[in-house]
Design a protein around this ligand. Sequence first.
Ligand SMILES: [Zn+2]
Length: 407
Amino acid sequence: MDLIVRNARLPRGGEPVDIGVAGGRIVAIEAGVAAEGETYDAAGHLVCAGLIETHIHLDKSRIIDRCPPVEGRRVNPVMLTAPLKKDFTVEDVHARAERTLCECLVNGTSRIRTQVEIDPGIGLRGFEAVRSLAQDYRWAVDLEICVFPQEGLTNYPGTEPLLVEALRAGAPVLGGAPRYDTDPSRQLDRIFALAREYDVDLDLHLDVGDTAEHMDIHHVLALTERYRRGGRVVVGHMAKLSLLPPAEMAAMARRLADAGIAVTVLPATDLYLMGRDQDHAVRRGVADANLLAEHGVTCSLSSNNILNPATPYGDCSLIRIANLHANLLQVSIPARLRELFLMLTEHSARLLNLADYGLKPGNPADIAVFDAATPEQVVTEIRPPLAVWKRGRRTVTRRPPELHRPS
Ligand SMILES: [Zn+2]
């Protein structure tokens, strides 16, 4: 064999096992694999098939130094970012996205769906840059592109033909942001029609705002049914769910589960942007992913924005995002903490319809060893990865910090 990862503790628990790898694929998972080859002793640490970032904006990461700081409670990140986009060259987007991508990699992520903005302001430069980045880093990550109109579709002439050009060029996922359209419902109509025409999955930004009086999810539910897109629709944010009483939230969760609509919760951005209408007792505004999951919704947790006006923070650690969600939603029960880890791994794979994810024979040997014994310990203590492999090749090594005691 090319590699044997010994004494690996799997997320489901049980006694540690050995993982045998040949030709970039997992060929054995059992105790005491009898084979020769390069060996890594995981020493009983938790091992998973790598973390999955289902929603990040690589193209507009790391621009916070270009945006003048704004005083006051109200912020509009899209308005702050829009004027900068005309100066985004392919090289500039590539360089910033690459720095962010490398941070994702060293934090244990090896599969990513990235949102990429398309409109007459940026043209296809962001798309081109991220597409070439995906090629450059194929050795470390599967990078899938979701193209979408950030500044509106129906109100921004020229946007739809560019989206179509990107879809024709092979963009596998289409997104939307109806909140920034003067006609949110018509944007959703167009996006669903395009998704059918080009046979692509959908991944929409949805329902961020100060009240839950109007929610676009109702229209998305109707369109998902009309176009029979169940299982191929993801909605990101859904911050307004956090404003609903538990019974209404549960009813909505069941409708989403029945319709086959998955949800990506983006705690860092929603915590930063929600409650801007309040000056005290500010609402947290983050949808409860555990509650959604309890009612059968496929959920993931993701980073969304890194160092830009929508989220001026970020180290690209998905584990930290899971910890943030746990902290915000006051999650302490081990089974729920464990579920948050699954929302960075197995549940995310289901959300992205990945057929070849997971530690089992036949799958690509994507393997990550964490400095912890259990998924819940990874989440509560923000334990980092120690080693990561992509298709059987080592891509990351992280050494625990050392304390130098006096002798
Ligand atoms: Zn987003």
